[in-house]
Design a protein around this ligand. Structure first.
Ligand SMILES: Cc1ncc(COP(=O)(O)O)c(C=O)c1O
Length: 480
């Protein structure tokens, strides 16, 4: 049964608003702009509307409501101070087309955030134009392309991507018009360096790597890999989506990376956006700065300016960037400070290893080594139910399931990223629940196969739900 929808509780004449007659100015609307038929809107009271939206909001799962160990996504808590400052009217009311002289404070914030990110990553400059990690990847690859073309080196069109890579990496490479070459992963879950050597030649434009990789493992051969790629004239692109594991400890520049993107919505605790606002700033080494997309904030004679480089790859977004998301990241970094920022990675890695050690008796661990900020299991040890069944059963206990069936390297991948923000009590609750689910699978696997039992909808046909989503009231009525 579904909850009653707002159209169904509509009663003619019911109102949820009042306009004060004397304070509302009159406006004579041109006849041509007037509707011919009245709009079919539900007529409801304010209380009806409040209940409708409150109930809807409670059907959504968010970090503020519960544990969200979605591997690879770093669903960590966004401190409320970030939100409070991002809501200050002086920030929310500025417009990207205002003259530079009136937005000096905003430009200074971008400038300062760039200096902080340079310090954290070892890069020489950042552009805040990209709106997401994948958008940053495309921007970075365009810079790699521009760099080679600018040197008159026209045949470099190959981008090497490990088999363990996040799906956006090969997608960005294709979108940029490059040929994607995959390099194998060895038994330890790392880039197979011997295989990599076989792929190297003067057509290689670069390699895209995330470290730790999507198996949550540190690519310990990174210095050798960077030497090999540089020797054949390629560049190293760092997919910084996993920087949470190294924050304040290791600078991507010191691992040999030339270009990087950061997912502010992961490591720097800004909202994930859900397809909406995000930020994937791109950082580069010194000699690549002029290729960064336009415009770029620079400081001259004590004033901040939006500079347009003639060498730039062009524009990759409408204006300069997602200001309020960057502002939240700035607040987050300043709130933590230089010393505390290291604890982010310390705790993220500790938490993931705690989960790993606590569950390895019940869930298959394909790679035994210490993990970084996330751990990948390969289904139940007893194999009495699938990873999908486990994920569905977790919903009944109020947890957001981990990422499932990714990475693609194992058939029953279950990828858990607890993040640094969770307490031992929360982790213990989650671990005990996963152990209980493993025991249920042993004793009565049907319980798992029919889960979930306590959610607004039960087990959906996920392919159909994605391809033919029911998002309109009328469509829902046709279904029931
Ligand atoms: C390793 C990795 N790279 C890239 C991305 C893409 O980032 P975005 O979702 O912001 O485009 C993700 C996102 O989950 C990721 O985990």
């Amino acid at each position: 049964m579904y909850d009653r929808l707002i159209f169904e509780i509509s009663k003619q004449g019911r109102k949820g608003f009042t306009f004060s007659q004397d304070k509302t100015p009159e406006y004579k609307l041109d006849e041509s702009l007037k509707r011919e038929t009245s709009l079919n809107m539900p007529e409801v009271t304010e209380l009806d509307v409040v209940r409708h939206y409150t109930n809807l909001s409670q059907k959504n799962f968010g970090v503020d409501g519960g544990f969200y160990p979605l591997g690879s996504c770093t669903m960590k808590y966004n401190p409320k101070i970030n939100e409070e400052l991002a809501q200050l009217p002086h920030f929310t009311n500025i417009h990207p087309l205002q003259p530079e002289s009136t937005i000096q404070g905003a430009l200074e914030l971008y400038y300062n955030l760039e200096l902080l990110l340079n310090e954290i990553t070892g890069m020489s400059a950042f552009s805040f134009n990209p709106f997401a990690g994948a958008h940053g990847e495309l921007t970075g690859l365009m810079i790699i392309k521009a760099y080679h073309l600018n040197r008159g080196d026209y045949k470099r069109n190959k981008i090497i991507v490990p088999t363990s890579a996040h799906g956006t990496n090969p997608a960005s490479s294709s979108l940029c018009g490059m040929d994607t070459i995959t390099v194998a992963t060895n038994e330890a879950g790392l880039v197979d360096v011997a295989e990599l050597k076989k792929l190297l030649n003067d057509e290689v434009a670069g390699i895209m790597l995330t470290n730790p990789n999507t198996l949550g493992l540190f690519e310990k051969d990174i210095l050798e890999i960077s030497k090999l790629i540089h020797e054949v004239g390629g560049l190293l692109y760092y997919d910084g989506a996993n920087l949470n594991a190294l924050l304040g400890k290791v600078k991507p520049k010191d691992m040999g990376f030339d270009i990087i993107h950061l997912n502010l919505h992961k490591t720097f605790s800004t909202p994930h956006g859900g397809g909406g606002p995000g930020a994937g700033p791109v950082g580069v080494r010194e000699d690549l700065i002029s290729f960064l997309p336009n415009p770029h904030v620079v400081k001259k004679d004590g004033k901040f300016h939006l500079y347009e480089s003639p060498n730039a790859i062009g524009r990759i977004s409408g204006f300069y960037g997602n200001f309020l998301v960057c502002l939240r990241a700035y607040v987050y970094i300043l709130t933590l400070g230089k010393e505390n920022i290291k604890n982010v990675s310390n705790l993220a890695v500790l938490n993931a290893n705690y989960v790993k050690e606590s569950l390895k008796e019940y869930y298959k661990l394909p790679i035994e080594n210490n993990c970084m900020h996330e751990v990948v299991f390969n289904g139940l040890v007893n194999e009495k139910a699938t990873t999908l069944d486990v994920a569905k059963r977790l919903l009944d206990f109020g947890y957001h399931p981990p990422t499932i069936y990714f990475p693609l390297l194992f058939p029953q991948s279950l990828m858990i990223e607890p993040t640094e923000v969770e307490s031992k009590e929360t982790l213990d609750g989650f671990i005990n629940t996963l152990i209980k689910i493993a025991q249920e699978a042993e004793e009565n696997p049907e319980i798992l196969k029919n889960a979930p039992y306590h959610t607004p909808v039960r087990r959906l046909d996920e392919a159909l739900a994605a391809r033919k989503p029911i998002i309109k009231y009328q469509d829902l009525l046709n279904e029931i």
